[in-house]
Design a protein around this ligand. Structure first.
Ligand code: SF4
Length: 332
């Protein structure tokens, strides 16, 4: 070994020793800190189940963004529908407003009205009054609707357009034959023509226009880039078709969606084919199950974590915090 190698070797050994000492000190320091913190906190005392319940309610998440499915009735028959017409119940208008006020008082900032088809009940008047109430009285920063678009008339925009921030229309295909196969249609009316009409009204009445698509067996190979770019929505939300026990799967369900289901790989291929569309926002099954705060027609939160929709008690009976603590909502 020559002199320069010897020097380099000694420097390396010195560096290694310093680094080892550094790790040793860091480890000792961290242990001492932990002992000190534990000693300071003391040994945790057993907590009664009642106190745990109270704590859970106190820690319940703030319902910043809520999807209120106020009706399950719909004029379409999409084969994969995940919110089916199991009841025909709709709350009286004043009760729905009371619930919305409770939500606002608990921190709600965004409300989305959905269904079923929200424009079906009372020819869109019930929906219009709730939209107006949320914007004018509750002053919510964001009021939106998800609709299949088939029941919307221009006079609704004239009357209520000022109170609506966003309108999302569901469209799974730009080929009407495919829409017929899916059930996303009523009679022989063209779903695509309707979509174009509503897109124009949204521009005219200054409502942000969005499109939601459910990717399933029948549209998974379609290329929608050109149509989406032409319509130019502010957002195109693309969902992977999802099975929900009791809604579109299982013995009590009103739909059998198994034949619509695609694999994660197929969903990814669809996303890759449309990666040039800047407004595309993908929603995987996992995200759909956990990240939506869903309120049903009785104003009960629905917990979708176990692949079905388990309802909480109604916020009208027990308040928002108690109901939400059982909803399984994942804020992230
Ligand atoms: S439009 Fe289709 S998916 Fe939406 S509520 Fe109606 S049947 Fe269900």
């Amino acid at each position: 070994m020559n002199v320069s190698s010897l020097v380099a070797f000694s420097v390396l050994r010195l560096q290694l020793s310093i680094s080892t000492l550094h790790c040793l000190f860091a480890s000792i320091f961290s242990k001492v800190c932990n002992w000190t913190i534990r000693a300071y906190r003391g040994t945790p005392s057993p907590v009664s189940p009642q106190k745990l319940d109270q704590k859970r309610i106190q820690n319940a998440m703030t319902p910043t963004s809520v999807n209120y499915h106020f009706t399950r009735q719909c004029n379409y028959k999409c084969g994969f529908c995940f919110h089916t017409a199991k009841t025909s119940f709709v709350l009286p208008l004043e009760e729905a407003k009371r619930g919305l006020k409770l939500l606002k008082d608990s921190g709600m900032e965004k409300i989305n009205f959905s269904g079923g088809e929200p424009f079906l009940h009372d020819k869109g008047e019930f929906l219009g009054k709730l939209v107006q109430y949320c914007k004018q009285d509750l002053q919510l920063p964001s009021v939106s609707i998800v609709s299949n678009g088939s029941m919307i008339k221009e006079k609704w925009f004239k009357k209520y357009g000022d109170y609506l921030d966003i309108l999302a229309i569901s469209c799974d295909s730009f080929d009407d034959a495919t829409n017929q196969l899916i059930g996303r249609t009523q009679g022989k009316k063209s779903h695509v023509d309707n979509l174009n009409k509503i897109c124009n009204w949204c521009q005219q009445y200054r409502v942000a226009f969005k499109i939601n698509s459910v990717i399933n067996t029948f549209n998974v190979d379609e290329d929608m880039v050109e149509h989406i770019v032409t319509l130019n929505p502010v957002r195109w939300k693309v969902f992977q078709c999802l099975l929900i026990d009791g809604e579109n799967a299982g013995e009590e369900a009103l739909r059998e969606a198994e034949r619509f289901i695609i694999s994660d790989k197929q969903f990814q291929e669809f996303l890759d084919r449309h990666s040039s569309v800047p407004c595309l926002v993908p929603e995987s099954n996992e995200k759909m199950r956990n990240s939506y705060l869903i309120l049903d027609e009785f104003m009960r939160f629905l917990d979708c974590r176990d692949g079905r929709k388990d309802p909480s008690k109604s916020i009208l009976d027990v308040g928002v915090k108690e109901a939400i603590s059982f909803s399984g909502f994942d804020e992230t």
